[in-house]
Ligand binder design. Structure first.
Ligand SMILES: Nc1ncnc2c1ncn2[C@@H]1O[C@H](COP(=O)(O)OP(=O)(O)O)[C@@H](O)[C@H]1O
Ligand SMILES: [Mg+2]
Length: 262
């Protein structure tokens, strides 16, 4: 060894960097567990207090029905949350194995629109699909569908009654894109970098009312990236939001398919 000090110095630097990364990932895990516990406790507390109040005196049948109805609603919220946490946990450990196929993006958009039409109708909204060619890509159809479902679900949820949602499917020379545009309030520029974070909601109260968990976008981002693509929020100049999925034409590589969640 010509210069042991330098070698040792380099070793110490690498060691310190590794420690910092480890600390960061422990901190992220700690925060995730704390946030998840907090979110799980909210519907549990609601179920418990509704039940306790219901048992305090005898009530007529209609009141009991209402009580059971609201307990079931909270149980649904709990189940949704647990499903989402499981998805993220599989993503974190790289357990989510992909089943790669050729995906017809127009068909994917049709399916997602069909699945969420009922929700849109409840708010007198329309979901329009605009096709530019017959874009295809290779990836896992189910995982990609989850991403698009989460985006369209948000578009419906955050747009007002009578709003318009457009799913635009196109194939520029570089790959394929799916845009989800809505006529909602948009997302303030200073918050745009945070909306993909786990549990983050722009408006806690509005989102809670809608049954939001703050996990939809982080799952969507993972689902797109594991398919070798990118999920971005496009500039809309204050007129609603447009989220864009950009996909490569080739199948995700083995490296991409073991990608960890964000
Ligand atoms: N299409 C949209 N229009 C306006 N705000 C949105 C839209 N999509 C997401 N957001 C904001 O980003 C936050 C995170 O979204 P998401 O991760 O899907 O969580 P949530 O469960 O609250 O829908 C939402 O709480 C909302 O404030
Ligand atoms: Mg959502």
């Amino acid at each position: 060894m010509d210069n042991p000090d330098d070698e040792l110095g380099q070793l110490a630097t690498v060691f310190n960097e590794t420690l910092t990364r480890l600390e960061l990932s422990f901190e992220q895990m700690r925060r995730f567990t704390a946030d998840a516990s907090h979110e799980l406790r909210t519907p549990l507390t609601a179920i418990r207090s509704v039940g306790e109040v219901g048992l305090r005196a005898s009530r007529d049948e209609e009141t009991y029905r209402e009580i059971i109805g609201s307990m079931l609603e909270e149980a649904d919220r709990l189940a949704r949350l647990v499903d989402r946490l499981l998805t993220l946990s599989k993503a974190d450990t790289g357990e989510a194995s992909l089943s790669i196929d050729v995906i017809d993006l127009c068909e994917l958009a049709d399916r997602v629109a069909g699945q969420l039409d009922v929700l849109a109708e409840e708010k007198e909204q329309s979901i329009q699909i605009v096709r530019d060619g017959a874009p295809r890509c290779t990836g896992d159809p189910l995982v990609l569908r989850q991403a698009l479902l989460n985006l369209v679900d948000n578009a419906i949820k955050y747009s007002p009654v009578g709003g318009r949602i457009t799913i635009r499917v196109a194939q520029p020379p570089t790959g394929a894109t799916i845009d989800v545009c809505d006529t909602g309030p948009g997302i303030p520029a200073e918050l745009q970098s945070r909306i993909f974070d786990r549990f983050y909601r722009v408006d806690q109260s509005r989102s809670r009312e809608n049954g939001g968990t703050g996990l939809g976008l982080s799952i969507a981002k993972w689902a797109v990236e594991v398919n070798g693509g990118r999920l971005t929020l496009e500039e809309t100049n204050g007129a609603g939001s447009t989220f864009r999925i950009t996909l490569p034409q080739n199948a995700p590589s083995p490296i991409a398919s073991s990608l960890r969640a964000v």
